[in-house]
Design a protein around this ligand. Structure first.
Ligand code: SF4
Length: 503
């Protein structure tokens, strides 16, 4: 990471979910590759659950997808259907393996439910209190595990009925894949804040995924989105749709700006093309007298190309990115810092020296990373640095599954544009307007959540949640066995896969 960057100076995606119902296919490997394509949505833990008509088996662990799974583990995960999850924590400690997903709970009839969740509930304490009243103890501290526990407590063995009973109690954003021994389901809150799509394998199997890029990697065709407020079941009889709520679409616009992969589509619009359009709009709104346009790789690449196209300035790559760096908690030593060791980005002096640069980035959270980036460019000989941001200032925290930091940590909430320019050390600074961002999507503007830019929250945030530190730490109870996952696997890859057995 650049000098001075903390692991928390970028918006962080909450999670990616995946599900496949495909008897006769290698569902665990299909899920593995689906998760591999969704790795950008969460890098703290990964997990897969499989079902075979008799049992539900779960394997999850802290780490990247290719660190968590190997051939032997996948060979032990057989069945007709599977769900998978990659996680970045917005509730609960990321360091606890118990918080990895899919979450698992034993139903009252003795069967199992596994669940993966992308999003964030704004009323997790309500769910925690209800479980407490039921004397159900949960071995994890995430809203997702609480929802799984509540589903498991319903007096029905029908997963759809359980969801029908539970979803009216959930406030917030959720795109969920879940499963029992016989089926998988995909559920989306009525606002559809987080994406969730349906695909079909050439064999006829059904797939659910956070983004279309996870369909491409397994050669599945995109069929349609799971609609906001819809529950879709895939089982031996095909696909079944249930409307749980009247939809009021409010997709997170930040998915277009930063989170989603550029080769994905949202609302039927290419993320790459929308980012280019944002760059063009930015060039109209914030022109600069400069020699060359460079992106802060890689999320801003398309916006920088759009800016260059519209402005007539040449586009160049001004940084080399170490593409194999995901996250590190090991900070450079002071000596390394003084020598300017940068793990993630390194400037290309040949492109930068003596030039007046337009530097396009996708967003600024706290400003510390941006300040170091500008400093890097100046040290590499840039004559002028004109920073252009392809989204508006982030002024409000997100309560719907993105970790954008607390309000008092957001530089856009406390400083004027000029003050931010001075803080980051740029010669000029220009942001895309809220209207410009929304227009660039080509989608009716009322279909988006843009609360972190505008403060207009589409889902009411209870005062106790708004008061709480942004990353909630939910109560954790030591298990007394009542709510303990019956078939959840303690993820210890060892000979011969000791965890992957069912009771
Ligand atoms: S508040 Fe911002 S990051 Fe959160 S869902 Fe809305 S647009 Fe997305």
């Amino acid at each position: 990471m650049p000098l001075g960057e903390t692991p928390f100076d970028r918006p962080r995606e909450a999670c990616g979910v995946f599900g496949v119902y495909a008897p006769g296919e290698d569902v665990s490997r299909l899920t593995y590759f689906g998760l591999y394509a969704l790795q950008h949505r969460g890098q703290e833990s990964a997990g897969i659950a499989v079902g075979d008509g008799q049992t539900v088996l779960v394997y999850s662990k802290l780490g990247l997808v290719n660190q968590v799974f190997d051939e032997k583990v996948l060979d032990g995960l057989t069945g007709t259907h599977a769900i998978g999850h990659v996680r970045y924590s917005t509730t609960g400690s990321s360091a606890r393996v118990e918080n990895a997903q899919p979450a698992f709970m034993t139903r009252r009839d003795g069967g199992g439910i596994a669940l993966g969740h992308n999003g964030n509930l704004v009323n997790p304490l309500d769910i925690a209190r209800e479980l407490e009243d039921l004397e159900i103890e949960v071995d994890a501290s995430t809203d997702s595990h609480l929802v799984t526990a509540l589903l498991a407590q319903q007096d029905t063995s029908d997963l759809v009925e359980a969801f029908r009973a539970v979803v009216p109690k959930l406030m917030g954003a959720y795109s969920i894949t879940a499963m029992d021994e016989d089926q998988i389901v995909a559920v989306r809150d009525k606002y559809g804040v987080r994406p969730l799509v349906i695909g079909r394998l050439p064999s006829g199997g059904w797939v659910f995924a956070s983004e279309t890029c996870a369909l491409d990697i397994i050669a599945a065709d995109y069929i349609r989105d799971v609609e906001p407020g819809e529950l879709v079941v895939a089982d031996k009889d095909g696909l079944h749709s249930y409307t749980l709520f009247k939809p009021e679409p409010r997709l997170c616009v930040f998915e277009y700006v930063y989170f989603a992969r550029p080769d994905s589509e949202l609302f039927g619009r290419s993320v790459y093309e929308v980012r280019r359009a944002m760059g063009k709009q930015l060039a109209d709104e914030a022109p600069a007298d400069a020699d060359v346009v460079i992106p802060v790789p890689e999320t801003a690449n398309a916006a920088a190309q759009g800016y260059a196209d519209r402005s007539g300035l040449p586009y160049a790559e001004g940084f080399v990115k170490n593409r194999y760096v995901y996250r590190t908690f090991i900070q450079p030593s002071q000596t390394m810092r003084e020598k300017g060791v940068r793990m993630k980005l390194n400037p290309l002096t040949q492109v930068i020296e003596g030039k007046r640069l337009v530097v396009v980035d996708d967003s600024i959270v706290r400003g510390t990373t941006t300040r170091e980036t500008v400093d890097m460019l100046r040290r590499a000989g840039a004559r002028e640095v004109h920073l252009r941001v392809s989204s508006p200032p982030i002024q409000w925290p997100c309560f719907y599954g993105i970790d954008t930091a607390n309000r008092d940590e957001l530089i856009g909430a406390s400083k004027s544009i000029d003050e931010i320019r001075d803080f980051v050390g740029a010669d000029s600074l220009g942001y895309l307007s809220v209207d410009g961002m929304l227009i660039s999507t080509g989608v009716p503007t009322e279909r988006f959540c843009h609360a972190c830019f505008s403060g207009g929250y589409p889902i009411e945030v209870p005062a106790e949640t708004a008061r709480t530190k942004h990353v909630l730490e939910l109560p954790v109870h030591p298990s007394n066995g009542n709510g303990r996952p019956k078939r959840a696997v303690e993820p210890v890859p060892a000979e011969p896969l000791p965890g992957i057995t069912s009771e």
